[in-house]
Design a protein around this ligand. Sequence first.
Ligand code: C5P
Length: 291
Amino acid sequence: MTACFAPAKVNLALHITGQRADGYHLLDSLVVFPRIGDTLIASAAPAGAAPSLTLTGRFAAELGETAAQDNLVLRALGAACAAAGRPEPSLALTLDKQLPVASGIGGGSSDAAAALKVALDDLELAPEALQSLALSLGADVPACLEGVLTGRPLRMSGIGETLTPLSPLPDLGMVLVNPGKPVSTPAIFRSLSRRDNPPLPDLPDRFETLETLIDWLKGTRNDMQAAAETLCPEITSVLQALSEAPSTRLARMSGSGATCFALTAPGDEEQLAQDLRAAHPDWWVAAGPLL
Ligand code: C5P
């Protein structure tokens, strides 16, 4: 049996810098991976059995309703085997779904990346083949594959295919909050008022302190946040609750929402999460350091 952690993908900054002729958006993003995520467990099944997927965990039912047979995990496994010219392995997969579905933190993409990692334990695929396979499964899957394999922060550009690994960030605490409303990524992209924003400001070789990271982040944005707040006003309530907390150093939305994050000094995140759970029992609240 092997277990693979599929971390949330959090966009600390997300600038939308253009749009390709095929409609996909060009972006420039600082992406990090907290110790908050799903887990994919693979066990051997009887020889000849087709791969199977069982869902467990807090968001299993939601995922079952939206993805049914077409789950990205089985598609990723099938695509990896096809690319390597090998039959699909007899694996019983269990996905412990702890991340909310359609929530801007790449849960489905990270699950697919974990399936690629499980497949890779048995297959040989060149790094370029692996990256193009990941991109064919979704624009966020290449970044999430790096998250699964290394957990390191990344600068992500293009539509998600250009990845630059960054030095580890200073120690910090992260709290993720989702108000329980799924958000459609294509709908947010469609309703953007501008698609020609400037790229991220220059990144230093390394952020020496949390203060320098926060100062740099204050010169950046999530260009999808305003459109997402219009379509999902609960995001505004989440951002207000996070911003008002004394331990919050920065609060912002991730991806196309509705999940928002707060950054805190290391060790402050658990208390902030407890306070938010007490005040808003309907919200999903998770806390942890970065990987
Ligand atoms: O690649 P993925 O299937 O995750 O993308 C879902 C949808 O989000 C796309 O069909 C597209 O409408 C939109 N999208 C985009 N630009 C990106 C990523 C996604 O317009 N860079």
